[in-house]
Design a protein around this ligand. Sequence first.
Ligand SMILES: [Zn+2]
Length: 351
Amino acid sequence: MVKRVGVLALAADPVHIGTGGYSIGRVDNTIVRDPITNIPKIPATSLAGTWRYYTCLEIHKYFKTDYRLHRTSRKEKPLSDILVEEAPEWVKGYEANRYAALKCAGQDESPGLNIADVEEKDTGHCGRCLVCRGFGFSKKDQSWQGMIFFSDLNILFFPVFTREGTRWISTPSLMQEAGLLGDAETEEEEAIKVCFTGEEVEETKEGAINLGWLYLPYRWEKMNYRGLKIGRWELRAEDIVLVEKEFFSSIVNSNLEVRTSVAIDPLTGAAREKALFTSEAVPRGTIFKGEIRIFDKAAFAGLLEEELPSEQQLKNALEDAGRFFHTLGIGGMTTRGFGRMHLVLTDIEED
Ligand SMILES: [Zn+2]
């Protein structure tokens, strides 16, 4: 009944998901962190809101120009007449997409309207299209929870510049949970640097590496690393450094990107006095992991006027719309070189 789809994301720019005016130490614009581990993350709320908008944009692009802006213009036209030829199956194969509009994203501007009146009044969430059914809506006569459940995106590998070049830091348990390590004792074992502390350091260390201000001894350990590919980019075993999980949070937090900006005085066009501010961001090259669960609500279909989008239609919609993360990005300062991410979804699995 519930299916899961894994999400991997590679930050192509620094990513800033702000906390809204909360400052720590010398940083004015801080980013969202997990309260338990203190590690920055991309919260599911940002991901879901942005993805909803991008799914609307993706549907929008397949409407013929005349039918794009106003739902009223599509009245009594079959879906096939409204859409361009190249529309993918998840757009043209789900009849209620005829009500979709950019207004199906963002806050509903007319939550007090009945679903049946949306087409006539042409305002707010439609309550019918794949976006409204997939992400949820609330109208006067009906509320619907949505079928797509997002998790937070947590950091899986964090890039740090070392004297050997850039290395991707993680912990053995994060790699294990991500399914990147197979059973030990196979023929394809690869050597991975594992940093360690404790009494046996002097006898068993095979080198040491600087991770920001930390200088940690390591030894090589043979692991059955399954490899990680995002688009054309591939993480090689020799670029991975594993640390004890107690160190991970401080390595991440002491190697974030901190950018300083200054407000411009609109009268003089020069920097305004005392208007210097700093913003934190997760650096480019960071790899995040999360998951999406798709709840197949076929059993509820009888309660609604239309049938529901299938799991595969929803997954394909997320995948196509997900490409916008690589062009328009997520979070703050996306017009100033922040926020682009490369997203990859795994195949649908039973939960
Ligand atoms: Zn809608």
